[in-house]
Design a protein around this ligand. Structure first.
Ligand SMILES: [Fe+2]
Length: 249
Protein backbone atom coordinates (compact mmCIF):
# COMPACT_ATOMS: atom_id res chain seq x y z
CA UNK A 1 0.00 0.00 0.00
CA UNK A 2 1.29 3.46 -0.89
CA UNK A 3 0.20 6.49 1.11
CA UNK A 4 1.17 10.04 0.24
CA UNK A 5 1.03 11.79 3.59
CA UNK A 6 1.44 15.39 2.51
CA UNK A 7 -0.22 17.15 -0.42
CA UNK A 8 -1.92 20.35 -1.45
CA UNK A 9 -4.38 18.85 -3.88
CA UNK A 10 -7.57 20.46 -2.63
CA UNK A 11 -8.64 23.10 -5.17
CA UNK A 12 -8.49 26.74 -4.12
CA UNK A 13 -7.51 26.05 -0.52
CA UNK A 14 -3.98 27.45 -0.43
CA UNK A 15 -0.94 27.76 -2.70
CA UNK A 16 -1.62 24.25 -4.05
CA UNK A 17 -4.02 23.16 -6.81
CA UNK A 18 -5.72 26.29 -8.05
CA UNK A 19 -8.78 24.58 -9.48
CA UNK A 20 -10.49 21.21 -9.87
CA UNK A 21 -8.73 20.53 -13.18
CA UNK A 22 -5.29 20.87 -11.56
CA UNK A 23 -6.39 18.76 -8.61
CA UNK A 24 -7.56 16.01 -10.97
CA UNK A 25 -4.28 16.15 -12.85
CA UNK A 26 -2.35 15.74 -9.59
CA UNK A 27 -4.56 12.81 -8.58
CA UNK A 28 -3.93 11.21 -11.97
CA UNK A 29 -0.16 11.56 -11.47
CA UNK A 30 -0.38 10.00 -8.02
CA UNK A 31 -2.47 7.16 -9.39
CA UNK A 32 0.16 6.55 -12.05
CA UNK A 33 2.77 6.35 -9.28
CA UNK A 34 0.76 3.61 -7.59
CA UNK A 35 -0.44 5.75 -4.68
CA UNK A 36 -3.53 4.24 -3.02
CA UNK A 37 -4.29 6.92 -0.45
CA UNK A 38 -3.43 10.61 -0.55
CA UNK A 39 -3.73 12.81 2.50
CA UNK A 40 -4.89 16.30 1.56
CA UNK A 41 -3.10 18.68 3.91
CA UNK A 42 -3.93 22.32 3.16
CA UNK A 43 -2.09 24.89 5.28
CA UNK A 44 -3.69 25.89 8.55
CA UNK A 45 -2.39 29.10 10.14
CA UNK A 46 -4.01 29.96 13.41
CA UNK A 47 -3.50 33.68 12.84
CA UNK A 48 -5.42 33.58 9.56
CA UNK A 49 -8.27 31.18 10.18
CA UNK A 50 -10.51 29.74 12.84
CA UNK A 51 -10.61 25.94 12.93
CA UNK A 52 -14.28 25.96 11.95
CA UNK A 53 -13.80 28.35 9.00
CA UNK A 54 -10.89 26.25 7.80
CA UNK A 55 -12.92 23.03 8.04
CA UNK A 56 -15.85 24.61 6.22
CA UNK A 57 -13.61 25.74 3.35
CA UNK A 58 -11.90 22.34 3.29
CA UNK A 59 -15.13 20.38 3.05
CA UNK A 60 -16.48 22.64 0.30
CA UNK A 61 -13.27 22.18 -1.67
CA UNK A 62 -13.27 18.40 -1.11
CA UNK A 63 -16.90 18.23 -2.17
CA UNK A 64 -16.16 19.98 -5.48
CA UNK A 65 -13.27 17.61 -6.09
CA UNK A 66 -15.33 14.54 -5.21
CA UNK A 67 -18.07 15.57 -7.61
CA UNK A 68 -15.50 15.85 -10.41
CA UNK A 69 -14.03 12.45 -9.50
CA UNK A 70 -17.45 10.82 -9.56
CA UNK A 71 -18.41 12.32 -12.90
CA UNK A 72 -15.05 11.32 -14.45
CA UNK A 73 -15.92 7.66 -13.68
CA UNK A 74 -12.19 7.01 -13.27
CA UNK A 75 -10.33 5.48 -10.36
CA UNK A 76 -8.21 7.80 -8.28
CA UNK A 77 -6.42 7.39 -4.96
CA UNK A 78 -8.65 7.60 -1.91
CA UNK A 79 -8.49 11.09 -0.38
CA UNK A 80 -8.14 11.52 3.36
CA UNK A 81 -8.61 14.98 4.79
CA UNK A 82 -5.97 16.55 7.01
CA UNK A 83 -4.09 19.79 7.46
CA UNK A 84 -0.53 21.06 7.57
CA UNK A 85 -0.74 22.91 10.85
CA UNK A 86 1.74 25.70 11.50
CA UNK A 87 3.04 25.30 15.01
CA UNK A 88 2.21 27.66 17.83
CA UNK A 89 1.88 26.84 21.54
CA UNK A 90 -1.53 28.54 21.29
CA UNK A 91 -2.78 25.57 19.25
CA UNK A 92 -3.43 23.89 22.60
CA UNK A 93 -6.27 26.35 23.14
CA UNK A 94 -8.05 25.25 19.96
CA UNK A 95 -10.05 22.15 19.09
CA UNK A 96 -7.08 20.71 17.28
CA UNK A 97 -8.49 17.19 17.30
CA UNK A 98 -10.57 18.44 14.37
CA UNK A 99 -7.34 18.98 12.42
CA UNK A 100 -6.11 15.39 12.75
CA UNK A 101 -5.80 13.35 9.58
CA UNK A 102 -9.20 11.74 9.20
CA UNK A 103 -9.43 8.26 10.66
CA UNK A 104 -6.26 8.79 12.69
CA UNK A 105 -5.00 10.49 15.81
CA UNK A 106 -2.16 12.17 13.87
CA UNK A 107 -1.48 15.84 13.31
CA UNK A 108 0.89 17.01 10.57
CA UNK A 109 2.83 19.91 12.08
CA UNK A 110 5.03 22.46 10.35
CA UNK A 111 7.60 24.38 12.37
CA UNK A 112 9.00 27.85 11.73
CA UNK A 113 12.03 27.84 9.39
CA UNK A 114 14.66 28.86 11.89
CA UNK A 115 17.14 27.31 14.25
CA UNK A 116 15.43 25.46 17.05
CA UNK A 117 15.88 27.69 20.08
CA UNK A 118 15.46 26.30 23.57
CA UNK A 119 12.16 28.18 23.79
CA UNK A 120 10.89 26.56 20.59
CA UNK A 121 12.11 23.09 21.59
CA UNK A 122 10.47 23.36 24.99
CA UNK A 123 7.17 24.72 23.72
CA UNK A 124 7.07 22.09 20.96
CA UNK A 125 7.73 19.25 23.40
CA UNK A 126 5.13 20.59 25.81
CA UNK A 127 2.72 20.59 22.90
CA UNK A 128 3.65 16.99 21.99
CA UNK A 129 3.13 15.96 25.60
CA UNK A 130 -0.18 17.70 26.21
CA UNK A 131 -1.99 17.75 22.87
CA UNK A 132 -3.03 14.10 23.10
CA UNK A 133 -2.21 13.36 19.46
CA UNK A 134 0.52 11.63 17.50
CA UNK A 135 2.75 14.16 15.75
CA UNK A 136 4.16 13.90 12.26
CA UNK A 137 6.67 16.65 11.57
CA UNK A 138 6.29 17.90 8.00
CA UNK A 139 9.31 17.93 5.65
CA UNK A 140 12.02 17.51 8.26
CA UNK A 141 14.69 18.36 5.64
CA UNK A 142 13.49 22.00 5.51
CA UNK A 143 15.12 22.52 8.91
CA UNK A 144 18.54 21.18 7.92
CA UNK A 145 19.67 24.59 6.73
CA UNK A 146 19.25 26.10 10.18
CA UNK A 147 19.94 23.18 12.48
CA UNK A 148 22.56 20.60 13.37
CA UNK A 149 21.80 16.87 13.52
CA UNK A 150 21.79 17.27 17.31
CA UNK A 151 18.91 19.75 17.11
CA UNK A 152 17.05 17.56 14.63
CA UNK A 153 17.45 14.68 17.09
CA UNK A 154 16.10 16.83 19.89
CA UNK A 155 13.02 17.89 17.96
CA UNK A 156 12.21 14.25 17.18
CA UNK A 157 12.33 13.15 20.81
CA UNK A 158 9.17 11.67 22.30
CA UNK A 159 8.12 9.52 19.34
CA UNK A 160 7.62 12.42 16.96
CA UNK A 161 7.49 10.97 13.45
CA UNK A 162 9.41 12.63 10.63
CA UNK A 163 7.97 13.12 7.15
CA UNK A 164 10.20 13.99 4.19
CA UNK A 165 9.34 15.25 0.74
CA UNK A 166 9.91 13.13 -2.35
CA UNK A 167 11.64 16.07 -4.05
CA UNK A 168 14.25 16.22 -1.31
CA UNK A 169 15.24 12.59 -1.77
CA UNK A 170 15.96 13.43 -5.41
CA UNK A 171 17.67 16.76 -4.75
CA UNK A 172 21.45 16.54 -4.21
CA UNK A 173 21.50 19.47 -1.76
CA UNK A 174 19.31 17.68 0.78
CA UNK A 175 19.74 14.05 -0.18
CA UNK A 176 22.81 13.13 1.87
CA UNK A 177 21.59 14.47 5.18
CA UNK A 178 18.16 13.04 4.53
CA UNK A 179 19.60 9.62 3.82
CA UNK A 180 21.67 9.72 6.98
CA UNK A 181 18.43 10.15 8.94
CA UNK A 182 16.83 7.45 6.81
CA UNK A 183 19.53 4.94 7.69
CA UNK A 184 19.40 5.84 11.33
CA UNK A 185 15.73 4.92 11.42
CA UNK A 186 14.67 8.47 12.18
CA UNK A 187 12.85 9.14 8.93
CA UNK A 188 9.45 7.56 8.87
CA UNK A 189 6.97 8.83 6.32
CA UNK A 190 7.22 9.90 2.68
CA UNK A 191 5.02 12.64 1.25
CA UNK A 192 4.93 14.39 -2.09
CA UNK A 193 3.99 17.88 -0.82
CA UNK A 194 2.60 18.23 -4.36
CA UNK A 195 1.25 21.68 -5.19
CA UNK A 196 0.66 21.73 -8.92
CA UNK A 197 1.37 19.55 -11.94
CA UNK A 198 4.20 21.69 -13.35
CA UNK A 199 6.20 23.52 -10.69
CA UNK A 200 5.73 21.08 -7.82
CA UNK A 201 4.40 17.76 -9.14
CA UNK A 202 4.20 14.70 -6.85
CA UNK A 203 7.34 12.76 -7.96
CA UNK A 204 6.31 9.97 -5.56
CA UNK A 205 7.13 7.18 -8.03
CA UNK A 206 10.44 8.76 -9.01
CA UNK A 207 11.55 9.09 -5.39
CA UNK A 208 10.47 5.53 -4.59
CA UNK A 209 12.35 4.20 -7.61
CA UNK A 210 15.48 6.13 -6.68
CA UNK A 211 15.42 4.91 -3.08
CA UNK A 212 14.82 1.32 -4.19
CA UNK A 213 17.73 1.44 -6.62
CA UNK A 214 20.12 3.04 -4.19
CA UNK A 215 19.17 1.40 -0.91
CA UNK A 216 17.21 -1.72 -1.70
CA UNK A 217 13.66 -2.95 -1.54
CA UNK A 218 13.70 -3.88 2.11
CA UNK A 219 14.38 -0.33 3.30
CA UNK A 220 11.75 1.19 1.05
CA UNK A 221 9.17 -1.45 1.90
CA UNK A 222 9.62 -0.52 5.55
CA UNK A 223 9.05 3.12 4.65
CA UNK A 224 5.82 2.26 2.85
CA UNK A 225 4.79 0.04 5.76
CA UNK A 226 5.28 2.93 8.20
CA UNK A 227 2.87 5.09 6.21
CA UNK A 228 0.37 2.24 6.00
CA UNK A 229 0.51 1.78 9.77
CA UNK A 230 0.09 5.51 10.36
CA UNK A 231 -2.96 5.79 8.12
CA UNK A 232 -4.39 2.82 10.03
CA UNK A 233 -3.73 4.80 13.21
CA UNK A 234 -1.07 2.51 14.69
CA UNK A 235 0.83 3.96 17.64
CA UNK A 236 3.81 6.12 16.82
CA UNK A 237 6.14 3.92 18.90
CA UNK A 238 5.32 0.97 16.69
CA UNK A 239 5.99 3.02 13.56
CA UNK A 240 9.21 4.54 14.87
CA UNK A 241 10.39 1.07 15.90
CA UNK A 242 9.91 -0.39 12.43
CA UNK A 243 13.21 0.78 11.02
CA UNK A 244 15.32 1.19 14.13
CA UNK A 245 18.26 -1.13 13.90
CA UNK A 246 17.34 -2.32 10.41
CA UNK A 247 20.52 -0.80 9.04
CA UNK A 248 23.71 0.34 10.66
CA UNK A 249 25.17 3.53 9.22
FE1 LIG B 1 3.16 21.43 2.50
Amino acid sequence: MRVDFHSHILPGMDDGAKDVAQAMELLGMLKKDGVDVVVATPHFYLDDDSVDDFLKARSESALRLNEAILSSKKNFPEIRLGAEVYFSPALLELEIDKLCISGTNYLLIELPYQSFSTVLLNSFHDFVRYCGHGIILAHIERYFEFNTFGSIDEILEGEVLAQFNCDSALEWRTRNRLLKLFFEGRLHIMGSDAHDPVRRPPRFGKAEKFLRRKYGNNEVNLLLKAAELAIKNAESGKIAGLRQGSFSF
